[in-house]
Design a protein around this ligand. Structure first.
Ligand SMILES: [Zn+2]
Length: 93
C-alpha cells in the first residue's frame, strides 16, 4: 500500500497534472494536495528528482505568478484584481 505522497509522486512522474486532477485521482481535498506537494518538493531532492511547477496565470490579463513561493492557489490577480486564475500544473522530472 502506497502512501498518498508516494501515489502523488508516481502520478506526477507519468504526467503533468494540476491540484484538482490530483485531488480527484486520489479522493482527497485540493488543499491537502498542496500540503503534500510542499513536502514532496523537498523530499524528492535526494533522489535527484525535481518538482516542476508550471505557474498559475491570470486568465484576464495573462499575469504569471512565477515568483510565488507558496504552491497553493492565489485568490486574485495582483495586477488586474480579478479572480480568474488558471491552475498551476506540476510534474516530477
Ligand atoms: Zn490579471
Amino acid at each position: 500500500m502506497q502512501t498518498i505522497r508516494q501515489q502523488i509522486i508516481s502520478l506526477l512522474k507519468k504526467r503533468e497534472m494540476n491540484a484538482r486532477e490530483i485531488s480527484k485521482a486520489l479522493g482527497i481535498q485540493e488543499k491537502e494536495v498542496y500540503d503534500h506537494l510542499e513536502h514532496i518538493r523537498h523530499s524528492i531532492r535526494p533522489q535527484k528528482k525535481k518538482l516542476m511547477i508550471y505557474p498559475f496565470h491570470c486568465l484576464t490579463c495573462d499575469y504569471i505568478f512565477k515568483d510565488r513561493k507558496r504552491l497553493s492557489r492565489p485568490g486574485r490577480c495582483p495586477k488586474c484584481k480579478q479572480g480568474h486564475i488558471e491552475a498551476a500544473t506540476f510534474k516530477i522530472v
